[in-house]
Design a protein around this ligand. Structure first.
Ligand SMILES: NC(=O)c1ccc[n+]([C@@H]2O[C@H](COP(=O)([O-])OP(=O)(O)OC[C@H]3O[C@@H](n4cnc5c(N)ncnc54)[C@H](O)[C@@H]3O)[C@@H](O)[C@H]2O)c1
Length: 435
């Protein structure tokens, strides 16, 4: 039996990891929940049949107690991860830790060092490494038939409505209360490129701004909240329409209630009902970056809000072929001419640049492609607990995640200063500033 406590019973902690673990395993038991929100504690109680003594409103109270479980899932908001992870490690917990692991170079390295010193496992929720698409790309690259990677072009298409929800109105709208977009959204993307290339990042450059989602674009006559706004009918980000239209964004603020009434009440009670143009948000809505890896591979990375769909698309360009993928299909092609016939005609007639494999990742009727990072959340949970049971190293240990987090911070520095940033110098500078 693997016992698990849950710190932060929100969308990721309760609705994703805890519920998937319950669905997938008989020998994983959720034993405790810590959340400042009473309603979330009650939802945990109902879902897992926990007694009142297993519910904690305060983290202090929980950490004062002796270790309650093998693992602690930490899925509170970004600024608290470092503090809670440190406490948990000292208390003897192995951890499943939401990204971002921490927001400063010194804190990242400190947590890695502490987990090594105490010999504790820290599994970072870089769930996309587990996704079918990225596993297929990684296997294809590692097989070596396409030769070495020369360059990568990667896009994180946030989707305008997802950006509106999370980064204009939501918890990740200000750098000071979460972190820069390139870290909070894209530690995933940098981690994936690092995973494929298999060599550390050497230096980075980056450009970007908050170009659209600001008060300069507020329509004339707009109100403070959508409900009472005179121009709401012509606004693409009007809250009620955005969260109740078919195929619209999930109203995550209603804590699992999906009725029109719950949405309306939620919009009235939270920032999600405020005018999108006057939120005082300061994270960028577009950022274009260039990365050079120590083994000479280069990559471009475009992170932006202005796409219809929310999805990642990538082109991995290798010496003898390329891989294109977009979460729906993976296409692998070779530059080799393909013989049309075998036998004595083999070298006479050829087809140029043949696609050798086009893999459709999901059947059209497979609803799972619309949930939980396509299939990544479920595969993450399955693999993580299986590996933990067998004492196998996870695919996303803290030692791997720290690099992508530092690279994200270096990219933000490059964007803010307009300079190319060398990773080692960036680390040295940050560590000496922290002294
Ligand atoms: N791995 C991924 O792909 C991925 C995707 C989305 C979000 N995230 C990250 O997951 C984390 C959680 O995001 P979410 O959307 O679930 O947020 P959420 O707001 O839905 O959940 C956070 C929960 O933590 C509780 N909480 C916050 N501070 C607390 C404290 N001090 N003590 C006790 N409880 C506290 C809140 O009451 C809430 O229930 C964030 O850090 C976010 O960046 C990761």
């Amino acid at each position: 039996m693997i016992t698990v406590s849950l710190l932060g019973a929100g969308n990721r902690g309760l609705d994703t990891y805890a519920k998937l673990a319950q669905q997938e395993f008989d020998d994983v038991k959720l034993v405790c929940c810590i959340d400042a929100d009473e309603e979330r504690l009650m939802q945990f109680k109902e879902s897992f049949g926990a007694g009142d003594e297993a519910l904690y409103k305060s983290t202090e109270e929980f950490f004062e107690k002796p270790r309650q479980s093998d693992l602690l899932i930490i899925a509170t908001q970004d600024t608290s991860h470092y503090k809670f992870a440190k406490k948990a490690l000292m208390k003897g917990y192995d951890i499943i830790l939401e990204k971002p692991v921490a927001l400063k170079v010194g804190e990242l390295l400190e947590l890695e060092e502490l987990s090594n010193k105490l010999e504790r496992t820290v599994i970072v929720c870089h769930v996309l490494r587990y996704q079918k698409m990225w596993q297929l790309i990684k296997q294809t690259v590692d097989e070596g038939k396409l030769g070495k990677i020369v360059t990568i072009a990667h896009n994180e298409n946030i989707g305008h409505y997802h950006y509106a929800h999370s980064y204009a109105r939501g918890s990740w709208r200000n750098k000071s209360t979460s972190g820069p977009l390139i870290l909070t959204k894209s530690s995933h993307d940098i981690d994936l490129m690092y995973y494929l290339v298999g060599s550390p990042i050497k230096r980075v450059a980056s450009f970007g701004s908050l170009s659209y989602f600001h008060s300069g674009n507020a329509p004339e006559g707009h109100g403070e909240r959508c409900e009472s706004c005179a121009v709401k009918d012509s606004c693409p980000y009007e809250g009620e329409r955005m969260y109740t239209s078919f195929g619209g964004f999930f109203p995550l603020f209603t804590k699992n209630k999906y009725t029109r009434r719950a949405v309306k009440e939620g919009l009235r009670a939270t920032d999600y009902g405020r005018c999108i143009y006057t939120m005082g948000n300061d994270v960028v809505d577009n950022q274009a970056s260039i990365l050079e890896f120590e083994n000479g591979v280069t990559a471009t990375f475009n992170l932006n809000a202005f796409t219809r769909r929310m999805h990642r698309s990538v082109k991995v360009m290798c010496e003898y072929g390329e891989i294109r993928a977009d979460e729906r299909t993976v296409e692998i092609s070779t530059f080799e001419l393909q013989p049309l016939f075998s036998g004595f005609l083999k070298n006479k007639l050829h087809l140029d640049r043949k696609v050798i494999k086009r893999i459709r990742l999901h059947k059209p009727w497979d609803f799972s492609q619309y949930l939980g990072h396509v299939d990544a959340d479920r595969l993450f949970v399955k693999t993580v607990f299986d590996n933990y049971r067998q004492r196998k190293q996870s695919l996303t240990p803290i030692s791997e995640a720290v690099h992508s987090h530092i690279a994200a911070l270096a990219l933000e520095e490059a964007r803010a200063t307009g300079q190319t940033v060398a990773m080692q110098e960036f680390v040295d500078k940050n560590l000496s500033n922290a002294l």
